[in-house]
Design a protein around this ligand. Structure first.
Ligand code: TRP
Ligand code: CA
Ligand code: ZN
Length: 314
């Protein structure tokens, strides 16, 4: 074949390329995927965010709780990374239990703003600990996915919006505030909300929320591709920030690796780990530090976050 001049396509090249196309796919090859594959999210990057969140907690009385300095420092860390990556960020303020709380909302410029795909996680911890699995894990995975969108200069069909919620531990306060302050028009434009709360549990299970079927399938297919069996999440449906979205009629989904419930023998047989022991023995405790993370679970789930964001926004 004649080589084309860079920046131009020669008539010869067009004819040659067209002759390879049969029914929209290249003859003899598998059909081209409709969507560019999501990148592999580097575990080291996700863990670096957890190290930063741990340092923030350590420097601020051991926690990153609503109304405390460690929460605002966590938010400032995430916001700075997003601003540097080209996001349009906004801080939404609210009051709960007499203290000021904040949500962080980050929009990736472009895409059809009549079709918005959201991914979010709560950024606050309980007062008793640093909250690295609950929920540094989801916060770091969503942050690193947002940064990967920027690195790829992704130009999705739909508009992408990422969120970090305040005061989840006080009863889903930040996410409910966000949903309640949206106009019904803006609410109806959200085609899906993906929630990530606890995705690196030290004795992990692989749980997918049993909610919107298309979102659920996107996650399940990803884990099937890894050869990792999943189960439906049942440890407290409605106990995280997807609940206000779901109540408002937004399709939701998400991932979870387990909290205080014990892993059964059958679960240990398929996933490894320790049966009869909690998925997260440090749930809401002072030992929820950077040591309280299963790297394999965090890596798989972070990659699944990116997979779903890529696929559902395409
Ligand atoms: N949201 C709870 C917390 O932060 C943890 C939790 C319990 C959970 N059950 C869940 C999260 C089910 C997601 C799904 O303390
Ligand atoms: Ca990875
Ligand atoms: Zn949580």
């Amino acid at each position: 074949m004649k080589l084309s001049v860079p920046g131009r396509v020669t008539a010869t090249a067009v004819v040659a390329a067209a002759s390879l196309l049969v029914g929209g796919s290249i003859a003899g090859a598998a059909p081209a995927p409709a969507v560019a594959a999501a990148p592999d999210i580097p575990l080291a990057n996700v863990k670096a965010h957890l190290t930063q969140l741990q340092s923030i907690a350590t420097a601020n009385g051991g926690n990153r709780a609503h109304g405390r300095a460690g929460y605002r420092a966590s938010l400032d860390y995430v916001k700075a990374r997003l601003d540097a990556a080209g996001y349009t960020t906004a801080i939404q303020q609210f009051t709960s239990s007499g203290r000021t709380g904040y949500n962080l909302i980050a929009d990736w410029p472009g895409g059809d703003t009549d079709q918005v795909v959201m991914a979010g996680s709560h950024l606050d911890s309980v007062i008793s600990g640093a909250g690295i699995n609950d929920n540094g894990s989801g916060s770091a995975a969503v942050l690193e996915t947002a940064l990967a969108v920027s690195r790829a200069n992704l130009q999705p069909t739909k508009h992408l919006r990422f969120a970090w919620w305040g005061a989840e531990e006080l009863g889903l306060v930040g996410s409910r505030h966000y949903v309640n302050t949206l106009s019904s028009t803006d609410r109806s434009k959200i085609t899906g909300y993906l929630n990530f709360d606890m995705i690196g549990s030290p004795n992990p299970g692989y749980f997918v929320y049993d909610d919107d079927p298309a979102i659920e399938k996107t996650f399940k297919d990803y884990f099937t591709g890894l050869g990792v069996p999943t189960e439906i999440e049942t440890e407290g449906d409605g106990r995280s920030d997807h609940a206000p979205f779901k109540s408002a009629g937004v399709p939701v989904g998400g991932l979870f690796t387990g909290a205080s419930r014990a892993k059964t023998a059958a679960q240990a047989a398929k996933w490894g780990g320790t049966s009869g022991q909690a998925f997260d023995r440090c749930y809401h405790s002072s030992c929820d530090t950077t040591s309280n993370i299963n790297d394999t679970a965090l890596d798989r789930n972070s990659d699944a976050v990116a997979h779903a964001v890529w696929e559902l926004s395409s």
